[in-house]
Design a protein around this ligand. Structure first.
Ligand SMILES: Nc1ncnc2c1ncn2[C@@H]1O[C@H](COP(=O)(O)OP(=O)(O)OP(=O)(O)O)[C@@H](O)[C@H]1O
Ligand SMILES: [Mg+2]
Length: 254
């Protein structure tokens, strides 16, 4: 039984078919790459999967339950978490608070108290904070000052905080939209190990990425989009030799 099943989903913006008739499955524990040239429809598809957008075409199943009409917050509660192509952290909230905010679906915490710097917080907030610190450790940020405002961090660190926040909800499926964008070579190398670790700890990962070294290193399989359509589906070694895939990327000079 696949964890995720996508059947003929689509999304149009006016006359542009950003995603057309895309069908694929992802098994539990499989690291799936979702790749394709700029404008292929990857982020649009991630929005459809996370429920941020409703394409009104096709059907989606998660954990054998149809979620096509399920709203984003309810999908999050069912175990789908995501990060954004452009980092979206809550400005003015410390690093720790940002990570804790991701755990919201698993309990009620007072974000105002967290924003105030964790003074006079209850037992539940303390548990959330301890849990958030575990996630910061997991993404390799144990050394940073978690009470600092998130915009004092480097771009690469902010990306990792966003991943920690997504992991705070203990998701079954994590959708990463270009997590390596803006990272230096060393940070991208560490991301490779982190994605494997996330999978090994029980979260299935769908990775949208342009960094082919990273895709080749971590993905068990790749779905390739071009102009909104799926043009290939298979192991990296196979799709990398696919003439249609090569042509799609050549057209973009990648
Ligand atoms: N809200 C929107 N309104 C209109 N057109 C949109 C919207 N969002 C995306 N598009 C268009 O849909 C197509 C797919 O965009 P999308 O962002 O999904 O591509 P992508 O594969 O994520 O590209 P990139 O690798 O550059 O991030 C593009 O032509 C884009 O301009
Ligand atoms: Mg995108």
């Amino acid at each position: 039984m696949p964890l995720l099943r996508v059947d003929n989903v689509g999304r149009s913006f006016g006359r542009l078919d950003a995603v057309s008739d895309v069908t694929f499955e992802q098994s539990k524990g499989e690291i799936l790459g979702l790749i394709g040239p700029n404008g292929a429809g990857k982020s649009t598809l991630v929005n459809l999967l996370s429920g941020l957008d409703d394409g009104r075409k096709g059907r989606i199943w998660f954990d054998d339950e149809e979620i096509t009409r399920t709203r984003a917050y309810a999908r999050a509660r069912k175990g789908i978490a995501r990060t954004f192509q452009l980092v979206k952290l809550i400005a003015g909230l410390p690093v720790l608070g940002n990570v804790m905010s991701g755990r919201h679906r698993l309990g009620s915490i007072n974000l105002i108290k967290i924003a105030a710097g964790l003074r006079s917080v209850g037992v539940e907030e303390q548990e959330f904070a301890a849990h958030a610190r575990d996630k910061l450790d997991l993404v390799g940020l144990s050394h940073i000052d978690s009470s600092a405002d998130c915009d004092t961090l480097s771009y690469g660190q902010q990306r990792l905080v966003e991943i920690a926040r997504a992991l705070a909800s203990e998701p079954a499926l994590l959708l990463l939209d270009e997590p390596a964008a803006g990272l230096n070579t060393e940070e991208a190398r560490q991301l490779q190990a982190l994605i494997r670790r996330i999978r090994d700890e029980g979260t299935t990962v769908l990775l949208v990425e342009h960094n082919m070294r990273l895709v080749e290193a971590v993905c068990d399989r790749c779905v390739v989009l071009h102009l909104g359509r799926k043009i290939a589906d298979g192991p990296f070694a196979t799709i990398a030799q696919d003439p249609q895939v090569r042509q799609a990327y050549l057209g973009q000079g990648r």
